[in-house]
Design a protein around this ligand. Structure first.
Ligand SMILES: [Zn+2]
Length: 200
């Protein structure tokens, strides 16, 4: 453990700066605020984070975050287990659910494939998806990643992995007609509904 205040501060700054979207400057400002003017917020973050780390884990089926042994959606026996819709985030999953056009299961990547930042399909739990396709006789995987550069890369890489492993599997993509560059979660319900129905 570091001993002086400077060493402690430097260690904290390094930790924050290692998070996506935070550079060294914003990390330094954050640490100054947390230790200086926002001590009670810092304490609340510590307690809440410790509690969340203890209780929240990946659903063994769909990879989303849950406090249950299996998340509510995976526990719902009325869903069609032969279709799995792959989304980037829980917010995207919520968007697809809100269309009511889809009644299958989900796989939530909790991120995107990014070769430059070393985010591989394995890191996003794809082995879990492969096991599930085998175990549950999944017939179709719908790749509902965004039509952004990273979303497209993710769909392309996943399609490659799945087609190689399961030549018979139907791998579909949400129909074009979704605006390019827009995240799934910000697409309006009618457009998303049509994109699901017209998937190919
Ligand atoms: Zn689940």
């Amino acid at each position: 453990m570091p001993s002086s205040a400077d060493e402690r501060i430097a260690r904290l700054e390094d930790l924050f700066a290692s998070l996506p979207g935070l550079g060294p400057r914003s990390a330094a400002r954050l640490v100054t605020e947390l230790l200086g003017t926002r001590k009670s917020t810092a304490q609340a973050i510590c307690r809440t984070l410790a509690d969340a780390l203890e209780c929240v884990h990946h659903c063994p089926q769909c990879h989303t975050l849950t406090t249950q042994p299996v998340c509510d959606l995976c526990a719902d026996r009325t869903r069609d287990a032969s279709v799995v819709c792959v989304v980037e985030t829980p917010a995207d999953q919520k968007a697809v659910e809100s269309t009511v056009a889809y009644r299958g299961g989900y796989f939530v990547l909790m991120g995107r494939v990014n070769p430059l930042e070393g985010v591989t399909p394995q890191e996003l739990g794809v082995d879990k998806l492969v096991e599930r396709i085998e175990r549950e006789n999944v017939r179709e995987v719908v790749l509902a990643t965004s039509y952004t550069a990273e979303g497209e890369t993710t769909a392309h890489v996943l399609a490659g992995v799945l087609k190689k492993r399961f030549p018979e599997l139907r791998v579909t993509r949400l129909a074009r007609g979704l605006p390019s560059g827009v995240e799934i979660e910000y697409t309006d319900v009618a457009t998303l509904s049509r994109a699901i129905t017209d998937r190919r």
